[in-house]
Design a binder for this molecule. Structure first.
Ligand SMILES: [Zn+2]
Length: 181
C-alpha cells in the first residue's frame, strides 16, 4: 500500500492507516491519532477558501476566493491554498525562510503575515512539480467525498443515530383511538 492524498493535495495518508482492505474508510478510532486528526480536519478544509485569496478579499469577498486545492502544515495551524497561490507558499517555504516553521503552529500566522505584507513568488516560480511525478502518487485516491468522511465521526454518528431514533418514534399514533365513522 502506498500514500494517498484525500480531498486536498498536500497531506498524505498511509493507505493502510485510513482504509480497510475493501477501500472503505476505517472507523476513526482504528486510525492512528495523526491520521485521524488530519482526516477530521479535512472535512472542514475541503470547502474552505484559499488562505491567500482570503487575505486579499476578506470575509466580505468570499465569493472572489478560490476554494482550496492543497493543504500544508499541521491540523488547525495549516495553510490551505488554491492552485494560483500555491507557488507563493512554496516560495515562502523554500526560499524565504518559511521552512523554519515546519511542523509548528506558527507556520500559518507566519505565512499569512508574509503574504499580507506583499510577499509573493517571482513570476513563473513552480516549486514542487516533482511531487506530481512522485511514484507514490500513482495509487488513485478515492473520490473526495465529504459525506463519506462524515460517516465515522463519533459526533456525527451520534447525531445520526439520534435523528433516526426521532424519525422512528411514532408521532403520538393512537391506534386504539375511536375514529368517527
Ligand atoms: Zn488563492
Amino acid at each position: 500500500m502506498g500514500k494517498v492524498s484525500i480531498g486536498l493535495r498536500g497531506w498524505r495518508f498511509e493507505e493502510s492507516d485510513v482504509f480497510t482492505e475493501n477501500g472503505e474508510f476505517k472507523p476513526t478510532d482504528e486510525m492512528p491519532d495523526d491520521a485521524r486528526k488530519r482526516l477530521v480536519r479535512l472535512q472542514a478544509l475541503v470547502t474552505a477558501p484559499c488562505d491567500a485569496c482570503w487575505l486579499i478579499h476578506g470575509d466580505a469577498g468570499l465569493d472572489e476566493c478560490n476554494v482550496a486545492d492543497v493543504v500544508y502544515g499541521e491540523p488547525l495551524a495549516e495553510v490551505v491554498l488554491c492552485a494560483d497561490h500555491e507557488p507563493d507558499f512554496l516560495y515562502w517555504f523554500a526560499e524565504a525562510g518559511g521552512d523554519r516553521f515546519k511542523g509548528q503552529q506558527e507556520l500559518q500566522d507566519e505565512f499569512h503575515e508574509w503574504f499580507a505584507d506583499g510577499g509573493r513568488a517571482p513570476e513563473g516560480y513552480a516549486g514542487v512539480e516533482h511531487v506530481e511525478t512522485d511514484p507514490e502518487d500513482v495509487p488513485e485516491p478515492p473520490e473526495p467525498d465529504p459525506e463519506a468522511l462524515n460517516v465515522d465521526q463519533p459526533g456525527e454518528e451520534q447525531r445520526r443515530i439520534d435523528l433516526r431514533q426521532e424519525l422512528d418514534e411514532p408521532e403520538d399514533l393512537d391506534l386504539d383511538a375511536d375514529y368517527p365513522s
